[in-house]
Design a protein around this ligand. Structure first.
Ligand code: G6P
Length: 615
């Protein structure tokens, strides 16, 4: 992960870089740095901790200039120290480089460089890159843009791994060079100014005209223009795209945190996931992006869903949704396992990779592995410009809008909505009648309003959060499609409040988990009025018999839960296959309010990053 922002133009680079870094802080936030060219030399400022610390450092020690590169780090190689923060310099101290990704053969390269007299000041893999580029450039006979680009090419041909990089050199100070392989990089085109960033959100306030770089491309940016070539030395075609969203949509608005804003955006994000995809006439869903005819879809006899983190939990809930609506066997795989597992896939298996960012390294590798085996592999992504969106054989976009809070919320409910659409589409090609299709559509159309009604529980949930915030551990339990929701509730809580929490199928309680029940360890049961409601009640009784506090998520109108549970949150009634889209919302709000109560940094939890672009 890590975030990169670079600027070249005629304005002061610093405010652009600092603003961009703040917007990219979700990608990593353990240290940060800038290198600014002031017309004479390049000045470096670095600091451990958040961007605010870097801002303080610059206030104490000001810099200004119209060319600069910057970085916010999420440590992979080397501890969180000032020395390991980017930018890194070469042997001459005149080249500065920032990097997102992992150089896998850095140790060998580093040893070779040390033998050649290079001295290293950090433990990072990145510093190797800086030395390699600097060394190649110092061998060049001329000192101009072309020779700097060529030096970068020579360096990149030696490295194994992933990179999004940006380089400035004091000897060729009218250019910034960038390159990508496996880590995203986007060019922003302004008037007599250009930008380079890991994500458009860093530059959308300045321009909406962008070029998404492809793997193995190198870009040379100057104030008045840019040139894109490849690592192998060829020219590259590019396409200028318009960013659809504005800078406002990546602001917090009146919310104290992105996470809360994104939780409350769910009526709209669910509506946007459904928009234009329900076809009353044929009583089915239309998902044109799959690039598959009904005949193609008819022959699918198995589906494999692949993802990481919250996207994996969405896949697990998707398994229930698709199996109950379409009766097609579904399997879920962690992307990190799928890529190395060599899972047997037959011809009629359809693989979906699920990823909000579309950049998660393991999920991307899973996509490529599946495609390498000749499988049609589809993507379910939010970021339409992402690598997964571009490399998959088709898919479904979430249209959830930017998700900035590190803890995924609205992307999860959008993913579930898409699985419901898929279930409907595949079911209608098989056993579902026109009438049944219409009933499902009617229920799905009501979803955005039901999500809005669920959000009205916010104040009640905040009060419950206050009551339990100081508990040392939580258990989350649910049956059937609510089991993945229990996993997701536990993940939300641990990632933002650092409270130990785990999710189980309710019936697993008696197979070990029950040993954890104490008066201090609350259990959260997701127990809507469904076919297994009574079974959940029995499990709740088992917890209560051991004096464990119980918070239950039930269905509006239910009175049974209140009789045995300590606290009850009632969500609107809807068909069982759609309930997970509602039942997860109280859990998102509960974890949010507990984290706030504990004074945690909700949008930037420790050790995490929004998009994990390293393995
Ligand atoms: C990281 C984030 C999680 C996210 C996961 C998968 O671990 O912290 O919130 O669920 O990556 O991200 P993706 O972008 O592939 O959905």
């Amino acid at each position: 992960m890590c975030g990169i922002v670079a600027y070249i133009g005629h304005s002061n680079a610093l405010p652009v870089l600092m603003d961009g870094l703040r917007r990219l802080e979700y990608r990593g936030y353990d240290s940060a740095g800038v290198a600014i060219f002031d017309g004479g030399q390049i000045h470096l400022r670095k600091s451990v901790g958040r961007i605010a610390n870097l801002a303080e450092e610059i206030e104490r020690n000001p810099v200004s200039g119209s060319i600069g590169i910057s970085h916010t780090r999420w440590a992979t190689h080397g501890a969180v120290t000032r020395e390991n923060a980017h930018p890194h310099t070469d042997k001459s101290g005149r080249l500065h480089l920032v990097h997102n990704g992992v150089i896998e053969n850095y140790q060998i390269l580093r040893d070779q460089l040390i033998e050649r007299g290079h001295v290293f000041h950090s433990q990072t893999d990145t510093e190797v890159l800086a030395h390699l580029v600097g060394e190649a450039f110092d061998r060049a006979t001329s000192r101009n843009v072309a020779s700097l680009v060529e030096a970068l090419r020579q360096a990149l041909r030696q490295v194994v791994g992933t990179y999004g990089i940006s380089v400035v050199h004091a000897d060729v100070a009218d250019v910034i060079i960038g390159a990508r392989r496996g880590s995203p990089l986007v060019l922003g085109i302004g008037k007599n100014e250009h930008f380079l960033a890991s994500d458009v959100s860093a530059i959308v306030a300045y321009t909406r005209d962008v070029v998404y770089l492809n793997d193995y491309e190198i870009i040379a940016l100057q104030a008045e223009g840019f040139e894109i070539t490849t690592v192998s030395g060829n020219g590259a075609d590019y396409q200028v795209s318009k960013v659809e969203y504005s800078a406002d949509s990546v602001d917090k608005g009146h919310y104290p945190h992105y996470m809360l804003k994104e939780i409350h955006e769910q009526p709209n994000s669910v509506r946007d996931a459904l928009r234009g995809r329900l076809c009353l006439e044929e009583a089915t869903a239309k998902l044109g992006g799959l690039n598959m005819s009904n005949a193609d879809l008819r022959s699918v006899d198995r589906i494999v869903l692949v993802g990481c983190g919250t996207a994996f939990h969405a896949a697990l809930a998707g398994e229930y949704l698709i199996e109950s609506l379409a009766h097609i066997p579904v399997e879920c795989e962690f992307a990190s396992e799928f890529r190395y597992r060599n899972i047997p896939l037959d011809r009629d298996t359809l693989v979906f990779v699920v990823s909000q960012s579309g950049e998660t390294a393991d999920t991307l590798a899973a996509l490529r592995e599946s495609q390498r085996k000749g499988h049609r592999t589809l993507g379910i992504c939010n970021n339409v410009a992402s690598t997964i969106a571009r490399e998959s054989d088709g898919g479904v976009y979430m249209h959830a809008g930017p998700e900035i809070g590190v803890a995924a919320t609205k992307s999860f409910t959008s993913q579930l909505t898409i699985f419901a659409l898929l279930g409907l589409l595949l079911g209608r090609i098989r056993h579902l009648s026109h009438g049944e299709g219409l009933e499902i559509i009617a229920s799905m159309e009501k979803l955005p309003d039901l999500v809005a009604r669920t959000l009205l529980l916010d104040a009640q949930i905040a009060a419950i959060a206050k009551k339990y915030a100081h508990s040392k551990s939580f258990l989350f339990m649910g049956r059937q499609a609510q089991f993945p929701i229990a996993l997701e509730g536990a993940l939300k809580l641990k990632e933002i409040s650092y409270i130990s929490s785990s999710g189980y199928p309710s019936a697993e309680l008696k197979h070990g988990v029950i040993a954890l029940i104490t008066e201090e360890a609350p259990s959260i049961f997701i127990a809507p009025r469904d076919a297994v409601f009574e079974k959940n009640i029995s499990n709740i009784e088992e917890v209560k018999a051991r004096k464990g506090p119980v918070i239950a998520i039930g269905t509006e109108g239910d009175t049974a839960l209140a009789k045995i549970c300590d606290d009850v949150i009632l969500i609107p009634d809807c068909p069982h296959y759609l309930t997970p889209i509602l039942s997860v919302i109280p859990l998102q709000l509960l974890s949010y309010h507990i984290a706030v109560e504990l004074g945690c940094d909700v949008d930037k939890p420790r050790n995490l990053a929004k998009s994990v672009t390293v393995e």
